[in-house]
Design a binder for this molecule. Structure first.
Ligand code: ASP
Length: 295
C-alpha cells in the first residue's frame, strides 16, 4: 500500500504561527498526494501534487506566500527526484511561476538539464507554456510583514516524500528561501542531495531548515548513505540532525522508506507534518515529539 508524508517547514515557533492553518494545509496536501497514489499514480506524481497544494496555500513559504529577498522581491527554489530512475529536476531563483515544483518537473522531463536558475529558468517556463504570473501576486501580507520586520528565522518551506504501490519512491521540496536573503542566494532546496534526494532502494528525503548548513552537509544524501550502511532510520535521522546542530544550524527531515514506513525528525521547535501511512492511517502534527517513525 502506498504512503505519503509532507512537511511545512522546520523553524522556531513564532507569534504569527497559525498552527491550525499549517496543520490543515499539510493535511490537505497529504490527502491530495495520497489521492494520486490511490488512483495508481506514481510517487513522483504524488509528491508533485502535494507540493503544488502547499505552494498554493498562502500559509507556507513556497509559491504563494514565499518570503522576500533583501530587495523585497520573491525568488523561489524547488526540486524533485524520482528514486527509481534517479532522474531529477530543479529550479532556482524563479520569479514568475505559481508552481515552481512543476517547473522543476519540466526541467527534468522536458530539458536535457537538472537545474535551471534565474531568468533562464523563467524563460524556460514561458517556452514550456507555464503562464507568466506577476511576482507581486505571490506576495502575501504576512510575507510583507516578515520582510518589514527583518525576521531572520526560517519558516514554512514545504516538502513531500512518497512510496507508491510499485514500491517506487520520490521526494520534492519547494521554498521562497530565507527572509531578506541576498538577491541570487540559492539555498539547499533546489540542490539534489541537499534539500531533496530519493533512491527507491534506500529512501526518499526532503530537508528544511537553514540551507547554508544543509548544503555543506549534503544532508539528504548523507541520510540515504547512512541507511545504505545499515543504520536504523531513527539513528540515521538523529545523526544527520546532530551534524547540523554541531555546525550551529537547525533543520528538519522527512523520510519515506521502501517498505512504506515514514519517519521525520527535527532539531527545531516546530515542523508541521501530515501523513497517510501504508495502512491508511492519516494524521498531522505541528510540534510534539521531535522524532517519529510510523509503521
Ligand atoms: N531550507 C530553506 C532554505 O534555506 C529554508 C527553510 O527550509 O525554511 O532556503
Amino acid at each position: 500500500m502506498p504512503a505519503i508524508l509532507v512537511h511545512g517547514g522546520a523553524g522556531p515557533t513564532s507569534p504569527d504561527d497559525d498552527v491550525a492553518a499549517a496543520e490543515a494545509g499539510c493535511q490537505s496536501a497529504a490527502k491530495a498526494g495520497h489521492a494520486v497514489l490511490s488512483e495508481g499514480g506514481s510517487a513522483l506524481d504524488a509528491v508533485e501534487a502535494a507540493v503544488r497544494a502547499l505552494e498554493d496555500d498562502p500559509h507556507f513559504n513556497a509559491g504563494t506566500g514565499s518570503v522576500l529577498n533583501a530587495e523585497g522581491v520573491i525568488e523561489m527554489d524547488a526540486s524533485l527526484m524520482d528514486g527509481t530512475t534517479l532522474s531529477a529536476g530543479a529550479v532556482a531563483g524563479v520569479r514568475t511561476v505559481a508552481n515552481p515544483i512543476s517547473l522543476a518537473r519540466a526541467v527534468m522531463e522536458r530539458s536535457p538539464h537538472v537545474l535551471l536558475a534565474g531568468p533562464g529558468a523563467d524563460a524556460f517556463a514561458r517556452r514550456r507554456g507555464f503562464p507568466e504570473v506577476d511576482p507581486q501576486s505571490l506576495v502575501t501580507p504576512r510575507a510583507r510583514r516578515r520582510f518589514e520586520a527583518r525576521r531572520q528565522d526560517t519558516h514554512g518551506t514545504v516538502g513531500a516524500v512518497a512510496v507508491d504501490a510499485q514500491s517506487r519512491l520520490a521526494a520534492a521540496t519547494s521554498t521562497g528561501g530565507t527572509n531578506g536573503k541576498l538577491p541570487g542566494r540559492v539555498g539547499d532546496t533546489p540542490l539534489i542531495g541537499c534539500g531533496t534526494c530519493a533512491d527507491s532502494r534506500l529512501g526518499a528525503a526532503s530537508a528544511t531548515g537553514v540551507g547554508e548548513y544543509i548544503i555543506r552537509l549534503t544532508l539528504t544524501r548523507r541520510l540515504l548513505d547512512l541507511l545504505d550502511r545499515g543504520q536504523a532510520p531513527g539513528v540515521a535521522l538523529d545523526a544527520c540532525l546532530a551534524e547540523v546542530v554541531r555546525l550551529g544550524g537547525e533543520a528538519g527531515l522527512i523520510l519515506a522508506l521502501p517498505d512504506g514506513r515514514l519517519a521525520w525528525a527535527r532539531s527545531t521547535a516546530r515542523m508541521p507534518v501530515s501523513w497517510v501511512t501504508s495502512s491508511g492511517q492519516a494524521g498531522a502534527a505541528f510540534s510534539g515529539p521531535r522524532a517519529v517513525l510510523l509503521p
